[in-house]
Design a binder for this molecule. Structure first.
Ligand code: NAP
Length: 265
């Protein structure tokens, strides 16, 4: 407690690192968290990694920003989710593949909750510039449903026909996918938790529309530089009329990485 006039300017700041805290199992920790679906849609988690100076890619890919702890968080969040939502730009850049089976404790929790063994991938695309012979489509296990592609009525017919062979397509808008409608539709087909893996274009729209409940941000111990030339940070798009408030729920550390879980106010 502070007792003088100076107290007005002094706040009880808490040291989180390198002190304290027990070692935790990331899967157990996340499995214990409450994620109640809001009315009319699933709970939406957004998971991203960014450098200390806010870059989300190095040479167009996020891989160099990651590390073992980050990959564990990534796998854990996938293991919790009913569906993984991703923009077509990220699918194209990162060469997406079908989601893998989660590790033991998550697999058991999924089975106990009646979730499918693996989350289903949902790609958002207007242009449908996706290769039907890509691993994302061809390496799917036969027992899993095909990826879902949320698209628009104006999508090119030839691309639509090619992708209809390997994916389920759903139209949700004329030129842009209505993301509120998409999340409602995912809820209707059983999703209670949706993990969004970016990228910045999709993130911006979801946050602008108030459709994100939780932001899991890995702060990667790197400086990338080149502001304005290395691509957007967590969000592309315009400035919000009012900044979107976040509540810091918890912070984990591994090596020099920080894993921050925020709840969207
Ligand atoms: N650091 C990280 O954690 C992280 C995570 C993810 C991605 N990234 C990086 O981010 C970059 C990609 O960023 P991005 O902003 O281009 O990607 P994005 O958000 O993944 O994809 C943008 C594309 O998604 C489709 N899309 C988004 N919203 C739509 C809507 N409402 N209706 C219809 N289509 C919609 C459009 O696809 P079409 O063009 O097909 O119409 C659009 O061009 C990559 O370099 C990737 O490596 C980094």
């Amino acid at each position: 407690m502070f007792s003088t006039v100076g107290a007005l300017y002094r706040h009880a700041v808490r040291l989180l690192h390198p002190t304290t805290g027990p070692e935790v199992d990331v899967s157990d920790l996340h499995l214990d968290l409450e994620r109640p679906p809001p009315p009319g849609r699933p709970w939406v988690i957004l998971n991203m990694v960014a450098s200390v100076d806010g870059a989300t890619t190095v040479k167009g890919l996020s891989g160099q920003l990651g590390g073992p702890g980050d990959r564990q968080v990534f796998r854990t969040l996938r293991g919790l989710a009913d569906m993984i939502l991703v923009g077509a730009g990220t699918v194209r850049a990162e060469g997406y593949r079908p989601p893998r089976s989660p590790d033991d404790s998550l697999a058991s929790a999924r089975a106990a909750a009646g979730q499918p063994v693996r989350p289903r991938l949902v790609v958002v695309s207007a242009r449908l510039d996706l290769d039907p012979s890509a691993a994302l489509f061809t390496e799917r296990l036969p027992e899993d449903p095909p990826p879902l592609i949320a698209t628009v009525r104006s999508a090119p017919l030839d691309r639509r026909e090619a992708l209809a062979e390997v994916a389920d397509l759903i139209d949700l808008g004329r030129t842009r996918v209505d993301l509120t409608g998409l999340l409602a539709a995912l809820g209707d087909i059983g999703a209670r938790t949706v993990l969004c893996e970016g990228g910045p274009d999709l993130n911006h729209q979801l946050l602008a529309a108030g459709l994100v409940d939780e932001l899991c941000l890995t702060i990667s111990p790197n400086l990338v530089g080149g502001a304005g030339t290395t691509g957007p940070g967590l969000l592309s798009g315009g400035t919000f009329a009012v900044p979107s408030g976040l509540r810091l729920d918890r912070v984990l550390a591994h090596d020099d990485f920080l894993f921050c879980r925020y709840l969207v106010a």
